[in-house]
Ligand binder design. Structure first.
Ligand code: UDP
Length: 240
């Protein structure tokens, strides 16, 4: 399969923006490095790039729900957290000279644009990076599923799932627990589901299967990997 895609959605967790060294929720140095890689890869390769960022470094719906909070309210807080991360990323990417637009699934006209599918596509065609914020605007989801949904909506060729936990693809078992675990170069959707290889939410994986959308799982934190992923190099694991 040709991995040099024309248009992709890059999914990263909010935790990727946090500091591993301090308790910083958003580490400016980390955001700058990711922004620099995105801008440089975009300029060199011209790939149309949309980003979905999570909010787990700030808030997760399950955190509040676990404390007895109303689940939907807690999830809305999580979606708002993704907007904070999206604005941090937009600021950093634009400081690298790459025009970037944030489109939110929850309307907040003073802060960013609303998500309108055709507008998102137009931004991409004009060479802007698009950041999809606020997930899909509905509670009871994580940002994996809206990442897959948006990828299908904008007719992306692939969903790139950047990991931040040090696990650089899909393994036969959790490599942090099992030293014998091996990494797959490629794996089928159904194998991921049937072996419960937890790389993404099941909802997102089955959605990608139904819509023929390959997922590349790769280590986002390794310098140079965003470019490698966009350039079609064989890193990580391709699920298809
Ligand atoms: N969320 C939601 N609907 C969505 C996307 C996100 O309710 O469509 C909420 C949910 O509570 C989730 C939180 O936003 O826990 C933050 O997103 P996520 O957990 O995916 O962040 P990540 O783990 O990727 O940083």
């Amino acid at each position: 399969m040709d991995r040099r895609w024309r248009r992709v959605v890059l999914k990263m967790s909010g935790e990727a923006l946090a500091s591993s060294a301090s308790d910083e929720t958003i580490d400016a140095a980390v955001v700058r490095r990711i922004a620099n890689e995105i801008a440089a890869a975009k300029e060199e390769l011209g790939t149309e790039l949309a980003v979905v960022v999570g909010g787990g470094n700030i808030w997760r719906g399950t955190t509040g729900a676990g404390e007895g909070m109303d689940r939907a309210t807690s999830d809305i807080m999580g979606m708002l957290a993704t907007v904070i991360n999206a604005l941090a990323l937009q600021d950093a990417i634009e400081r690298e000279g790459q025009p970037t637009r944030v489109l939110s699934a929850i309307q907040m006209a003073e802060v960013c644009e609303p998500y309108i599918r055709r507008r998102a596509i137009r931004h991409l065609e004009k060479g802007r990076v698009v950041i999809f914020a606020a997930g899909m605007g509905n509670p009871y989801f994580t940002t994996d599923t809206p990442a897959a949904l948006r990828a299908a909506e904008i007719e992306a060729d692939a969903l790139l799932k950047g990991t931040h936990s040090g696990v650089d693809g899909v393994y036969s078992a959790d490599p942090r627990l099992d030293p014998k675990a091996t990494r797959f170069d490629e794996i089928g959707f159904m194998e991921v589901v049937s072996h419960d290889l937890r790389v993404m939410d099941l909802t997102a994986i089955t959605f990608c299967k139904d819509n023929d959308l390959p997922i590349l799982v790769f280590d986002l934190m390794k310098p140079g990997n965003i470019r490698s992923a966009l350039a079609g190099q064989e890193i990580g694991t391709l699920i298809r």
